[in-house]
Design a binder for this molecule. Structure first.
Ligand SMILES: Cc1cc2nc3c(=O)[nH]c(=O)nc-3n(C[C@H](O)[C@H](O)[C@H](O)COP(=O)(O)OP(=O)(O)OC[C@H]3O[C@@H](n4cnc5c(N)ncnc54)[C@H](O)[C@@H]3O)c2cc1C
Length: 506
């Protein structure tokens, strides 16, 4: 019998596995898919018209690991020392508006302030203190919400104060009284919309404060050279170097699919974890409401997205939703279970920052009845997803194209083809995304604490069983911190180990 079995090889499952293996335990990870990584995978992109042999790669889920550089787990794990190259776009995120205008969040706070004109100093007052204390803001945001994070107490207190002021202020005034320009309003709204929930809310304001502060740090909102899957390869390599293993193609649909172990960790959605437990533990997890859904649309393009405002082309992430009022309407529709006519869409064109993502189209036969017009050039993957009602079966490619075309005239002419994954099919490639809920459950201020339920220890979900996924604090994102918090408890409670092992490269 092995010491520990982890179900699921997402960043949280692998972070937990790495820590436990480094503590000297025998660790086996069971992964339902043919490849490890969950939300952090890069796989060949093939569509009806573009064969896999073309060599295009797509980030299946996450593409922009904004939380990774300041995550206490990844900071120590040290991705760059393991050959994972984080690319820092000059513009962390941008928000195109009608009429060729755009809000632009440069990594450089001063440049952002300058471009925002009358709202510049307001932006500095809001984001400046958060950025100055970004590591502490991250430590608080990524904590288990039960204990004080590591860090200097005075800096933590200042970061907490800046975070509280900014979150309270945004939740109260962001659309109306605070900002003067549509650019600033829309920039904040686009970041807040990452919660996939109605705006304004405390959770959306907290997300805007946290992610907004990261945008102006040294590494901003990075991309990963060659695709985000490099992070998973580094985690698996470390696990294997310390005696652990990942068994792929091993879905755990019922307790009989589990391998025997002293302790089981579940890196999956609370609702999926519930099905593996007996009562009364099952219903305690099943109560976490599902979050909003997404439909993923991976485009193959013959050139860069022709954003009307050239500054938007420098952005690693583009929030496509128009003005704050338009985004609020779209998110309200989705929360009410309806498809928005002009949905919130997130876009990343990684080849703008990473030439390794380009492939020559020379050898491809794209002519004939399936030929799409447009200028010749290298092919590139363009990553997008749209917010849709949970469980939606709709292919929203047309709505996504329309939204992008609105701010990037000529986009449609560059599209060669697209691969669409409706929300209802997201679980086919990751069981942790039921109905297309990519956040492991509803994101609200209450549910960031009572996640998966209100409990002193949210990770220990049954005797010898721990939840280590984004369905537990600190919630969604590529940070590995739910894995770290769960592993810490496993070491203490199950193996009597109080000292966390180092995860530094060696
Ligand atoms: C389209 C999309 C875009 C995103 N964009 C970003 C982004 O840009 N930046 C960002 O920070 N985050 C992004 N995210 C969110 C991010 O991917 C997740 O927050 C993160 O991956 C959660 O990590 P995790 O380890 O908790 O779970 P996951 O990464 O979801 O991993 C869970 C793993 O467990 C496996 N599994 C689940 N159930 C079982 C079972 N019963 N048996 C066996 N295996 C099982 C799954 O196959 C999967 O490998 C995005 C997600 C999606 C889907």
């Amino acid at each position: 019998m092995t010491d520990v079995v982890v179900v699921g090889s997402g960043p949280n499952g692998l972070a937990a596995a790495v820590i436990l293996a480094r503590a000297g335990l025998d660790v086996t990870v069971l992964e339902g898919q043919p490849t490890p990584g969950g939300g952090v995978r890069t796989l060949p992109l093939s569509t009806e018209k573009v064969p896999e042999s073309a060599g295009l790669l797509r980030d299946v889920c996450a593409a922009v690991p904004a939380a990774a550089p300041t995550s206490p787990f990844f900071a120590e794990f040290n991705l760059e020392a393991r050959g994972v190259e984080l690319i820092t776009p000059e513009v962390s995120y941008a928000q195109p508006l009608d009429g060729g205008r755009a809000g632009v969040a440069y990594r450089d706070l001063g440049r952002t302030v300058e471009r925002l004109g009358t709202d510049g100093q307001r932006w500095r007052r809001l984001l400046g203190p958060l950025t100055a204390y970004a590591p502490e803001v991250a430590a608080i945001s990524l904590s288990d919400k039960r204990s004080l994070p590591d860090g200097h107490p005075v800096r933590l207190a200042r970061a907490g104060a800046a975070f509280g002021v900014s979150t309270g202020l945004l939740a109260r005034w962001w659309g109306d009284g605070y900002w003067r320009t549509e650019e600033a309003r829309a920039l904040i709204g686009g970041v807040a919309a990452h919660t996939i929930s109605p705006m304004p809310s405390l959770a959306a304001a907290g997300t805007a404060s946290y992610l907004g502060s990261l945008a102006h740090t040294t590494q901003g909102w990075p991309l990963v050279r060659g695709g985000i899957g490099a992070i998973t390869r580094a985690l698996v390599a470390d696990l294997e170097a310390h005696g652990g293993r990942v068994i792929t193609d091993h879905p755990v649909r019922s307790p009989k699919d589990l391998l025997p172990a002293r302790v089981h960790l579940l890196d999956t959605h609370a609702r999926v974890a519930a099905d593996l437990l007996a009562e009364p533990y099952r219903s305690r997890l099943a109560g976490l409401p599902l979050g909003g859904g997404v439909c993923k649309v991976d485009f193959v393009l013959r050139g860069p997205v022709p954003w009307a405002d050239p500054e938007v082309r420098r952005a690693g992430t583009v929030h496509v939703g128009g003005s704050l009022a338009q985004m609020r309407r779209a998110e309200a529709e989705v929360a009410a279970g309806r498809h928005a006519e002009a949905p919130m869409v997130l876009v990343s064109d990684p080849a703008q920052h990473d030439p390794t993502r380009l492939v020559p189209d020379a050898g491809l036969d794209l002519r004939g009845p399936t030929t799409v017009g447009g200028p010749q050039g290298d092919l590139r993957p363009v990553w997008t997803y749209a917010h849709v009602p949970t469980g939606s079966t709709l292919d929203v490619r047309a709505a996504v194209e329309q939204q992008i075309e609105r701010f990037a005239p000529g986009f449609r002419d560059l599209v060669v083809d697209a691969l669409v994954t409706p929300a209802s099919r997201m679980a086919d490639h990751n069981a942790a995304y039921p109905g297309g809920d990519i956040a492991g459950g509803m994101v609200s201020m209450w549910r960031m604490v009572a996640r998966p339920r209100l409990a002193r220890d949210p990770y220990a979900v049954a005797p010898g069983v721990y939840l280590c996924s984004q369905s537990a604090p600190p919630g969604p994102g590529v940070h590995g911190m739910a894995g770290l918090h769960a592993a810490r408890r496993v070491l203490r409670a199950e193996f009597g180990v109080r000292q966390m092992p180092s995860v530094r490269p060696y």
